[in-house]
Design a binder for this molecule. Structure first.
Ligand SMILES: [Zn+2]
Length: 246
């Protein structure tokens, strides 16, 4: 990418067969870039793990606000409301990537802070020690729609706006958006274009749903900054997947 460090994330579903769905909506080379939809006919409650710092919670709320503002302006829909004062108890947490027996519902999900590398690895995720980096992941259970899901975050000392950018991206996954292009090795199909070979300024790489979270700038003090706005492509795809529940 020529931008220095990059990060990728991953998601897991109940089974691979349920992972992708195809819509006849949006760009033709993204028609299989969707997962089972979140039913947004009701406002979705988001519980933010109190283990996040105040500064981190501010970034998370900024990401939620960005989705709400954009979808309200463009799609006449507010998606998320933050639920305060709810502690995250073990019964609402999956024990592994395929666990769908935890307590949850289709109209609430938790954004959980994970500090343990061992726990992160147990979910099949990597941290920077392994050369790859999964800063966050959304684990989803579904039938026709999502039945429960959780966003898990494992970032130590995030750079400015990095956590916000990562949450923006994961919120896209909670809606049912897969990546804007296919990162899997040997991947890429007519209806789910590979990320390989795209120019750095391609709209799919300039979207929040780019599988890699890349810096968009460097401040005078040397710290990197990250994407905090949804692209037209993010919103076009959001409209496509939301239409299934509205
Ligand atoms: Zn992702």
């Amino acid at each position: 990418m020529g931008c220095g460090g990059s990060s990728s994330d991953s998601q897991a579903l109940v089974s691979a067969a349920q992972r992708n769905i195809t819509l006849t909506c949006g760009p033709s080379d993204q028609r299989s870039s969707y997962m089972k939809p979140l039913n947004v006919s009701r406002i979705i409650s988001v519980v933010i793990d109190p283990a996040f710092s105040e500064a981190e919670i501010t970034e998370i709320k900024a990401a939620i606000h960005t989705w709400n503002e954009a979808t309200h302006a463009r799609l006449n829909r507010v998606l998320f409301q933050v639920v305060n004062g709810v502690s995250v108890v073990d019964s609402t947490l999956p024990t592994g990537p395929l666990d769908c027996n935890y307590v949850g519902s289709s109209d609430t999900f938790t954004i959980r802070k994970v500090t343990s590398s061992d726990l992160w690895h147990a979910f099949g995720l990597q941290d920077k020690l392994n050369g790859a980096n999964n800063p966050a992941a959304t684990f989803r259970c579904s039938n026709q729609f999502v039945t429960k899901q959780i966003v898990m975050v494992h970032i130590q000392s995030p750079a400015p706006t990095l956590l916000q950018a990562v949450i923006l991206h994961e919120l896209g996954h909670t809606l049912g958006l897969d990546h804007s292009c296919d990162l899997s090795k040997g991947g890429g199909k007519k209806d789910f274009l590979s990320c390989e070979g795209l120019r750095w300024d391609d709209l799919y790489l300039q979207s929040v749903m780019n599988p890699e979270v890349n810096p968009t700038g460097v401040k005078a003090d040397g710290t990197k900054t990250y994407r905090t706005e949804l692209s037209d492509n993010d919103l076009e795809r959001a409209r496509c997947i939301m239409d299934l529940s509205l």
